[in-house]
Design a protein around this ligand. Structure first.
Ligand SMILES: [Zn+2]
Length: 317
């Protein structure tokens, strides 16, 4: 019998996995959308959507295997951007059920009894497109996807890459209704001082913990070094463990968000950071109140293996 995430996280640092969409885009299976419009304008036509789960399942299976071999204790089903409206913009709305259930099934096949399977749920992009009146629409979209993930049999929910606290709190409410444990991480941009609707990291952490998340934190957008100060602010504000899944791309003092850098998405290779920074991050994590550690965009299995080594080896400082 697999241990559940709530137990696992109490026993020590849980090692998650890396980023799927950018890695699969590099391997030729995911559309970055860069040929169609400027990514990040909120007017996307479906870039970085997860239809690979039904169109090239073997590619997804292989990436899961690599993360598992690298030491991941959790495999995230590739259901990121898997809400019906977002998939519709990519031309896959009618396959919403199929994509979500296939992604969970593939992750489970690879995980077997060796890893937990998390259902990944991210922002709908509706707030960016429709403004604050999007709340009800976003709620319907998130509730539907969470139902699909629960039906598909995920072990817990990973609410991630939300830019706004208000939308995250809607997702947490939908998640609570499922009864599944929830890890909740926001992405801070363009700077680490505030999320997109203006709340500081400490305030976000408190709100997410009060809303029932078993671990709260940040994912994506920054490299480990830049993410650390915001993680510390969160850690000092809550009693639950901190979850951290940084990106493997270098940001600048002026812009703390790699998706806002000119290199995104077609020149990401020029801002890739070395896996060694993830080894160092794992060494530090042991003293930073971090309970869930993984990687986001730009992290392939080599980065996860570096995290695993960093956790296993005695800290040098
Ligand atoms: Zn990411």
């Amino acid at each position: 019998m697999r241990k559940n995430i709530t137990t696992l996280i109490k026993e020590g640092i849980v090692l998650g996995d890396g980023g799927y969409l950018i890695e699969l885009e590099r391997r030729g299976y995911v559309d970055s959308g860069s040929g169609r419009e400027k990514v990040g304008t909120g007017k996307g036509s479906g870039q970085f959507t997860p239809e690979v789960a039904i169109e090239n399942p073997e590619a997804l299976r292989e990436l899961h295997r690599e993360f598992l071999r690298a030491g991941s204790q959790v495999l995230q089903a590739l259901t990121f951007f898997g809400t019906r409206e977002k998939l519709s913009r990519a031309g896959y709305g009618a396959q919403t059920e199929q994509i979500n259930s296939a992604a969970v099934r593939i992750a489970r096949e690879v995980a077997g009894d060796n890893a937990l399977v998390a259902g990944s749920v991210s922002r709908t992009q509706l707030f960016e497109r429709e403004g604050p009146s999007a709340a009800a629409h976003a709620r319907d979209q998130l509730a539907e996807q969470i139902r699909l993930l629960k039906d598909a049999g995920v072990d817990f929910l990973m609410l991630e890459t939300f830019f706004r606290l208000d939308e995250m709190l809607i997702a947490l409410e939908c998640g609570r209704a499922s009864g599944l444990p929830i890890v909740a991480t926001l992405s801070f941009r363009p700077r680490i001082t505030k999320c997109s609707d203006g709340h500081a990291p400490a305030e976000c952490a408190r709100a997410m913990a009060e809303a029932g998340a078993i671990a709260v934190g940040a994912n994506c957008e920054q490299e480990p070094e830049r993410m650390i100060p915001l993680l510390r602010q969160m850690r000092d504000a809550v009693k639950v463990p901190i979850a951290a899944q940084p990106a493997a791309f270098r940001t600048t003092e002026a812009c703390h968000s790699f998706t806002r850098m000119p290199a995104f998405p077609d020149e990401l290779e020029t801002i890739q950071i070395a896996r060694g920074r993830f080894f160092e991050f794992a060494q530090m994590a042991k003293n930073e109140g971090i309970g869930y550690l993984g990687g986001c965009c730009g992290c392939n299995a080599a980065y996860i293996r570096s995290l695993a080594r960093g956790l296993a080896e005695p800290s040098t400082k």
